[in-house]
Design a protein around this ligand. Structure first.
Ligand code: GLU
Length: 478
C-alpha cells in the first residue's frame, strides 16, 4: 500500500472516448502498480450537456475494460456546497475577489485590447478597488462574479512527470472567474477543490489540459499547500495527424466491444500508445500492472493504428484462458440467439472447441459465428456448398460414414480419422472427397477447422443427426 491517490474525472457529455479511456487506464495502472487508490469522479457540472445515459455508458465501458475503481463514482454536482465553501475561504484569505464589472464593460475592454494588440485579459479593475483586503463596494442591482487573484509577476514551473519542466509566466495568466454571478463554481475551481478534498496526489490527464495547469496550480497553492504531481499525456491522433475522430475508426469504447475486441487487447493497445517496456508488444493485464512505470511514458504523439489493434486482438484471442473467453464470448453467442446468457458448457468440451477456432478468429463476432455449429442441434446449409457437395451420388458415402461412426467405440478425432481413411481406401478415393461433403453436412459450409476435430467436438449424436439430414438433402438420382 502507498499513499498514492489518482482519479479519472470524465465529463459525461458524450460516450467514453478511447482517448479518455486511455487516461483512465494510465491512472488505473499507476494506482494498481504502486498500491495506490483509483477514484472515479464524474464531472457533471455542465448540466445542459451531461446526461445519466452518458454516465451509464462511461461506467459500462470502464467495467468492460476491467478498470475497477476504489472510491466513487462521485458526482461533482453533489459537492457544490464544498466548492462554495472553498470560494468563500479564498475570498476571506484575499485570494479571490468580487467583480462587479458588467458584461458591456468587459466587452468594451476586450475590444479595446484587441485594437491595441494587447492580450484580452481582465483589466483587474475590481481587484484594485478591493485591494485584496476588502471586497469591492457592492454595486446595486449587479450580481458579482468571483475572480481568482493570480500572482502578478514571476513564473511557475510545472514539473510534469511526462513532459519534464514546463515554465509559465504568471503575467500571462488571467484573473479567471471561479464563481459565476448565480454563485455556481466554474471548472478550474471545482477540479482543484475536489482534488484537494479527495487527497489526490497525482493528476494524470491529456495534454489538452496543460494550459489549465498553471492556473490550477495557483489555486491549489491558495487552497492547500502544494499542488499534486502532474502528468500530461500526448493525445491520440489519426493517421493523418489530425485529432482522432470517427473518420479514423470507432471512437467509443463500447463500439470496440461491439466490434468483437477483447478488453485486454484494447487495454494492451491503448497502453502501448505512449508507454513501452523494451520491445515487448503483447502484454497481459497482469504483466502491465507488474511493469508499468511513469518513466517509460513517451512524449511523442500517438498515432492510431487499426491494423495493430486487430493484430493484438488476434493475439489476445489466442492467449486468453478458456474460462475467461467463455465469459467474454457468451454475450456474442447470446446476441445471435445461439445460447442464453447463463450458458454453462462442460469446461473441457468448451476448451477443446475453442482451441480449434482461436488460430483463425480475428474477433469475437467471427469466433461466435464459427462456434455456432459446435453448439446448435442442426445447421443450415450454405446453398452453394449444398449444390456442390450434397449430390445424389454422395448419399452412399454418407451412409457408409454413418455406419462407421456408429461403430467407433471411443469417439476421438484419432479414431475417427482412422475409420475415414478406411472408407477412402476401400473406395479408392482421396480423403477430401469424403471430408468436404461431411464438412458441409456438419457445419453448413466449406471452411472449418480439421474435420476430425469438428466431428469429435460436435459429438456422435449430433453428427449422425446432421449426416442423416444431409442424406435427405442429397435427393435422389431418379
Ligand atoms: N473533466 C475533464 C475532462 O473530461 C478532466 C479534468 C481533469 O482531468 O482535470 O476533460
Amino acid at each position: 500500500m502507498s499513499d498514492i491517490r489518482v482519479r479519472f474525472a470524465p465529463s459525461p457529455t458524450g460516450h467514453l472516448h478511447i482517448g479518455s479511456a486511455r487516461t483512465a487506464l494510465f491512472n488505473w495502472l499507476f494506482a494498481r502498480s504502486q498500491g495506490g487508490k483509483f477514484i472515479l469522479r464524474i464531472e457533471d457540472t455542465d448540466r445542459e450537456r451531461s446526461t445519466d445515459q452518458y454516465i451509464d455508458g462511461i461506467l459500462e465501458g470502464m467495467r468492460w475494460m476491467g478498470l475497477d475503481w476504489d472510491e466513487g463514482p462521485f458526482r461533482q454536482t453533489e459537492r457544490i456546497d464544498l466548492h462554495k465553501k472553498h470560494i468563500e475561504d479564498l475570498i476571506k484569505a484575499g485570494d479571490a475577489y468580487y467583480c462587479y464589472c458588467s458584461p458591456e464593460e468587459l466587452d468594451a475592454h476586450r475590444k479595446q485590447a484587441m485594437k491595441d494588440g494587447k492580450p484580452m485579459r481582465y483589466n483587474r479593475k475590481c481587484r484594485e478597488l478591493s485591494n485584496l483586503a476588502e471586497p469591492a463596494e457592492p454595486v446595486e442591482g449587479v450580481a458579482p462574479v468571483v475572480r481568482f487573484a493570480m500572482p502578478l509577476a514571476g513564473h511557475i514551473v510545472i514539473d510534469d512527470m511526462i513532459k519534464g519542466k514546463v515554465t509559465f509566466n504568471n503575467e500571462e495568466l488571467d484573473d479567471l472567474i471561479i464563481a459565476r454571478s448565480d454563485g455556481t463554481p466554474t471548472y478550474n475551481l471545482v477540479v482543484v477543490a475536489d482534488d484537494v478534498d479527495m487527497g489526490i496526489t497525482h493528476v494524470i490527464r491529456g495534454e489538452d489540459h496543460l494550459n489549465n495547469t498553471p492556473k490550477q496550480a495557483h489555486i491549489y497553492k491558495a487552497i492547500a499547500s502544494e499542488p499534486p504531481r502532474f502528468a500530461h499525456q500526448s493525445l491520440i491522433l489519426g493517421p493523418d495527424k489530425g485529432k482522432m475522430s470517427k473518420r479514423h475508426g470507432a471512437t467509443s469504447v463500447l463500439d470496440y466491444r461491439d466490434q468483437g475486441y477483447l478488453p485486454s487487447a484494447l487495454v494492451n493497445y491503448l497502453i502501448r500508445l505512449g508507454w513501452s517496456h523494451g520491445d515487448q508488444e503483447v502484454f497481459t493485464t497482469e504483466e502491465l500492472i507488474k511493469y508499468f512505470s511513469m518513466e517509460n511514458v513517451g512524449t511523442s504523439p500517438s498515432i492510431y493504428d487499426k491494423d495493430k489493434l486487430q493484430w493484438l486482438n488476434a493475439e489476445h484471442i489466442k492467449m486468453t484462458p478458456p474460462e475467461v473467453m467463455l465469459r467474454h464470448l457468451t454475450p456474442y453467442l447470446a446476441s445471435e440467439g445461439t445460447v442464453d446468457e447463463g450458458w454453462a458448457p462442460d469446461a473441457e468440451w468448451f476448451a477443446s472447441a475453442l482451441a480449434t477456432l482461436v488460430e483463425r478468429a480475428k474477433d469475437l463476432n467471427e469466433l461466435a459465428s464459427s462456434m455456432r455449429y459446435y453448439i446448435l442441434e442442426t445447421v443450415e446449409f450454405d446453398q452453394k456448398a449444398k449444390a456442390k457437395f450434397l449430390k445424389p451420388e454422395t448419399k452412399e458415402l454418407f451412409e457408409e460414414a454413418v455406419k462407421e461412426l456408429e461403430g467407433i467405440e471411443d469417439f476421438t478425432a484419432a479414431n475417427i480419422e482412422e475409420s475415414f481413411k478406411g472408407i477412402c481406401e476401400r473406395r479408392e478415393i482421396g480423403l477430401g472427397k469424403l471430408a468436404q461433403p461431411v464438412r458441409v453436412a456438419l457445419t453448413g459450409g466449406t471452411a472449418s477447422p480439421g474435420i476430425f476435430d469438428v466431428i469429435e467436438i460436435v459429438g456422435r449424436e449430433r453428427v449422425l443427426l446432421r449426416l442423416n439430414k444431409a442424406i435427405e438433402a442429397c435427393g435422389s438420382s431418379e
